[in-house]
Design a protein around this ligand. Structure first.
Ligand code: AMP
Length: 419
């Protein structure tokens, strides 16, 4: 029986790789321009890290984590997201000292046991960024600007920036209480998940996709009306700064995000072309998380981009991501020529030239057909006669023009043509 990959775990095949490289390269370029440096975090962490940071009553922690007891008896989890690990590393390695702004980014696979569907997988890749140490609204806008610039550099357009504020520990409890009271009247209509959420985490009812739940929340109070003065000022300033940069945004009071650690500014980037799973990135402030994980009080903000969803948006852009074709193809006939071809191939590659040859050694005609199909602009032809004269034939495929070049000079001759 053929062993297949696990549901929700995808192969990224070689034809798709150039697109992934383009995305990762662009992220590095844009983020490093903004002063972010890469951090590489482990894929396996102690379960307590995620339970404590993401929140015990979130979907991720309750239903979606790949957790197990390892051979040493430790309760561990394959990471469902990156922020918790970055914050753990920040605290563990005293990255808060010296105090000030610290900007980090990461990229890699995340794992959640969700129901697989288009745009939602069990292993998926995220590119994320986190900035520590500054509470100012201008940092929120800087992060959002960097994210939008990244999409722009990729040529991904028609994205909508949605914004909300989740307040802080001073003002959110009042809102939660008011929401709980409001939703209490239609408790029986809520889905089973939301009935549970109502007592534990009523905010999450706001972003439930269930039709009946949406109806119940349609007239619900807005958190924005409950913000304390400092949170209100913060949110106001974020909007003013976005306005000053002429960056369009919509305030979406349903944007509560699925993770408990968020405070104040939260945002999502929505791509209408993506269907139901239409968020391509999301993030926000988490001013209490560093302290929660044992560090000094440190404001912070970050985001994560879903790379699979982003690759499908690049498809829509009609770009072409061709694999690089070889620059040289060697067609050799006969055993001695084959051995000479092997050495030339080695030397060409050492010079950084993409070179290929035929390994079946069939007729010259069929090798030339292969050379043509390979797309290589230059073909070296080596037969008995060429070996005897010590001169290879080099054919320029575009013109069909052939030149004889000394075997000892073939590599430098081609290098000069190709650079
Ligand atoms: P989150 O960490 O849930 O805030 O998600 C941030 C981004 O990661 C989302 O906007 C998606 O683009 C992407 N994402 C989250 N979960 C999945 C998943 N199961 N499959 C594919 N992409 C995902």
């Amino acid at each position: 029986m053929l062993i297949q990959s696990i549901k929700g775990f995808n192969d990224i095949l070689p034809d798709e790789s150039p697109k992934w490289h383009f995305i990762e390269r662009t992220a590095r370029e844009v983020f490093e321009t903004y002063g972010f440096r890469e951090i590489r975090i482990p894929i396996l962490e102690k379960t307590a890290l995620f339970a404590r940071s993401i929140g015990e009553t979130t979907d991720i922690v309750e239903k979606e984590m790949y957790s197990f007891v390892d051979r040493g008896g430790e309760q561990v989890t394959i990471r469902p997201e990156g922020t918790a690990s970055v914050v753990r590393a920040f605290v563990q390695h005293n990255l808060y000292s010296p105090p000030g702004l610290l900007k980090l980014y990461y990229m890699g696979p995340m794992f959640r046991h969700e129901r697989p569907q288009a745009g939602r997988y069990r292993q998926f890749y995220q590119i994320g960024a986190e900035a520590f140490g500054i509470p100012a609204p201008s940092l929120d806008v800087e992060i959002i600007t960097m994210l939008m610039e990244f999409f722009e550099k990729l040529g991904v357009i028609n994205l909508a920036l949605q914004l909300n504020s989740l307040g802080c520990l001073d003002c959110r409890p009042q809102f939660k209480e008011s929401l709980r009271n409001y939703l209490g009247s239609c408790q029986n209509k809520l889905c089973t998940d939301c009935q549970k959420r109502l007592s534990q985490n009523p905010l999450r009812v706001m972003d439930c996709k269930n039709e009946a739940c949406r109806e119940c929340t349609s007239g619900a109070p807005s958190l924005i009306a409950f913000l304390c003065a400092p949170c209100k000022d913060h949110f106001q300033e974020v909007q003013e700064l976005l306005g000053a940069l002429k960056m369009p945004y919509q305030v979406n009071i349903r944007l509560v995000r699925g993770l408990d650690y968020y405070t104040r500014t939260t945002f999502e980037i929505i791509a209408p072309g993506l269907g139901t799973q239409n968020a391509v990135a999301g993030g926000g402030r988490y001013d209490g998380l560093v302290e929660e994980l044992g560090g000094p009080p440190t404001p912070a903000i970050g985001f994560a981009i879903g790379v699979e969803r982003l690759t499908s948006l690049l498809d829509n852009g009609g770009r072409s991501f061709k694999l690089p074709t070889p620059q040289v193809f060697i067609a050799a006939l006969g055993e001695t020529a084959e051995s000479e071809a092997f050495q030339i191939l080695y030397k060409l590659r050492k010079e950084g030239i993409r070179a290929e040859k035929d390994y079946d050694n069939p007729s010259l005609k069929s090798q030339l057909r292969k050379a043509n199909r390979s797309g290589a602009p230059w073909v070296i032809i080596l037969g008995e006669e060429e070996l005897q004269t010590g001169r290879a034939i080099i054919k320029e495929m575009a013109t069909g023009h052939q030149t004889q070049v000394n075997l000892t000079e073939v590599v430098t001759w081609l290098r000069d043509k190709l650079t």
